[in-house]
Design a protein around this ligand. Structure first.
Ligand SMILES: CC[C@H](C(=O)O)C(=O)SCCNC(=O)CCNC(=O)[C@H](O)C(C)(C)COP(=O)(O)OP(=O)(O)OC[C@H]1O[C@@H](n2cnc3c(N)ncnc32)[C@H](O)[C@@H]1OP(=O)(O)O
Ligand code: CO
Length: 133
């Protein structure tokens, strides 16, 4: 894991939050995408080299809906860029981290993704992202 790929922020409504982050970054989202398998729709912003992902739940079962119900809006996860997600998953499993999905899954923004359980990462949900080449 070499660099932060994005920071995920849980929001109740992209319609409300997009304009706020547009003001903050002085730029509109460069992409909006729904990931039905995760029960989310997302907006992506670039702020210099930093990518911010806003996530709104698309159903009540969504991890984002449960997160907001429990903790309110705010930082949801940190995603790291990995060269080879399979190798990294194996390495982290060997180190005792709990990987939430056995095989990488299709994420947003043309990535394969996997998540580490926050109870094994000091309470921070970590996402691994590999560019789909
Ligand atoms: C893939 C599209 C996009 C991308 O970048 O490509 C995304 O990032 S999608 C993001 C949404 N998808 C996910 O988050 C998938 C991984 N998350 C999960 O599998 C669950 O959310 C899980 C397992 C982290 C928690 O689910 P659970 O059903 O167990 O919910 P609980 O409320 O019971 O939580 C258990 C325990 O974990 C704490 N928790 C939950 N979410 C987070 C979080 N984001 N950060 C830190 N801690 C979290 C929660 O507070 C509970 O702790 P406890 O001490 O028991 O209260
Ligand atoms: Co993410």
């Amino acid at each position: 894991m070499k660099k932060i790929e994005h920071i995920g922020i849980a929001v109740k409504s992209l319609e409300t939050s997009n304009p706020l982050f547009e003001k903050l970054f002085g730029a509109a989202p460069y992409k909006e995408e729904e990931v039905a398998s995760e029960g989310v729709k997302t907006s992506f912003f670039m702020n210099g080299p930093n990518k911010i992902e806003l996530l709104e739940a698309t159903n009540e079962e969504s991890p984002i809906a449960k997160f907001i119900a429990k903790k309110g809006e705010g930082i949801h996860h940190i995603a790291f860029d990995v060269e080879d997600i399979i190798v990294e998953m194996e390495r982290l499993k060997g180190e005792g981290f709990i990987i939430l999905n056995d095989i990488p899954k299709k994420g947003a923004d043309n990535k394969l993704v996997a998540f580490l359980h926050p109870k094994t990462t000091n309470g921070v949900l970590i996402e691994l992202c590999q560019e789909i080449r």
